[in-house]
Write a protein that binds this ligand. Structure first.
Ligand code: SF4
Ligand code: MG
Length: 330
């Protein structure tokens, strides 16, 4: 397989009163060229910290990348200078966030903000860059782009702002788009439109997408492979079809059971009993054991490692082998 980005042994910690506490604890993860890889888990599992580590956007202090490598096309991003990193951000790797209002600058027009990307990375004149900005707005389906290009972010709806963010992110045809909960703040109809747009642009541009979400419905629609994170670790990995059919890790099983179903006339099931432990207060043994219906004495003592199960599947669970051959859930 043709790997685009490989994370090896990433550990990112945050300074607390009790000392540095890892929010991401030894994560390995590979993104292949042109694929959509989803990273799922409840909030606080380390998904966003992993994404921000790739671009070296961890606020420091209190954050710090303590160990690991992030190999992007043969270069370890963690060893580049800040100047080299700036050339990669927004150019080869771009990112969009849940709430565009926080990443768009309220005092500049959307046209100026998109133009800025072309001026910085492509050395275009402001005039040419603004023309390109209009083209990008048209490309992401914003009506009347010649007029919209002169608007400020607050003059646009949430869905339009997310389109602007996508236009800005894709301006330089990145090889990797990191999308952190890109549709979570939008209503369902707009959400579907934005996901459609991302799928279309991905096909056109051939980029890879690292899609961070807590919503397995979005995963089913968008991704080819999925990585499940819990307590700063990868606990399961595999192709989407096979994981939905036979989740091996009990945490994945719980996440899948909490997907709302169209055919059920009831409230969304509670995700999984209990809460994600804070990184400073992980239990001994398997970090999931206090919430796991299958926990044994071994689970309370020994932390399981991520082990290959064949056919591109991995899980970190003492019961992985037997659960893989089982019938799976619902
Ligand atoms: Fe549950 Fe044990 Fe597997 Fe952890 S190792 S997920 S506690 S069965
Ligand atoms: Mg997050």
């Amino acid at each position: 397989q043709d790997d685009l980005l490989e994370i090896r042994g990433l550990r990112t910690s945050f300074q607390t009163e009790e000392g540095p506490v890892p929010a991401v604890h030894g994560v390995d993860l590979t993104i292949r060229r042109g694929e959509t890889l989803a990273v799922v888990g409840e909030s606080g599992c380390g998904k966003s910290v992993t994404a921000l580590s790739i671009l070296r956007l961890i606020p420091s202090p209190p954050g710090r990348i303590e160990a690991g490598q992030i190999i992007f096309e043969g270069r370890d991003l963690l060893r580049l200078s800040e100047e080299e990193m700036r050339r990669i951000r927004g150019n080869e790797i771009a990112m969009i966030f849940q709430e565009p209002m926080t990443s768009l600058n309220p005092v500049f027009t959307v046209g100026d903000q998109i133009a800025e990307v072309f001026m910085f990375h492509r050395g275009m004149s402001r005039r040419d860059a603004l023309e390109q900005a209009v083209e990008m707005l048209r490309h992401v389906g914003i009506p009347a782009p010649e007029r919209r290009v002169r608007e400020y972010p607050h003059q646009m709806s949430g869905g339009m702002r997310q389109r602007v963010m996508i236009a800005m992110a894709l301006a330089c045809h990145p090889k990797l788009l990191i999308a952190d909960e890109p549709t979570t703040a939008l209503d369902v109809t707009i959400q579907a439109q934005i996901l459609d747009l991302m799928r279309r642009l991905k096909e056109e541009l051939g980029m890879a997408i690292l899609l961070i979400t807590h919503d397995l419905g979005v995963v089913a629609e968008m991704a080819e492979r999925v990585v499940v994170m819990y307590a700063g670790r990868v606990v399961e990995e595999g192709d989407v079809y096979s994981i939905f059919r036979n989740p091996v890790h009990p945490y994945t099983e719980g996440l899948l059971r909490s997907i709302p179903r169209l055919d059920e006339d009831r409230e969304r099931l509670p995700a999984i009993e209990g809460t994600v432990p804070s990184p400073g207060q992980l239990p001994r043994g398997c970090p999931f054991h206090p919430r796991c219906p299958y926990a044994t004495d071994t689970c309370r003592e020994v932390e399981p490692r991520l082990e290959p199960l064949g056919e591109g599947r991995y899980a970190a669970c003492h019961l992985a082998a037997e659960r893989l051959t089982g019938e799976g859930v619902v």
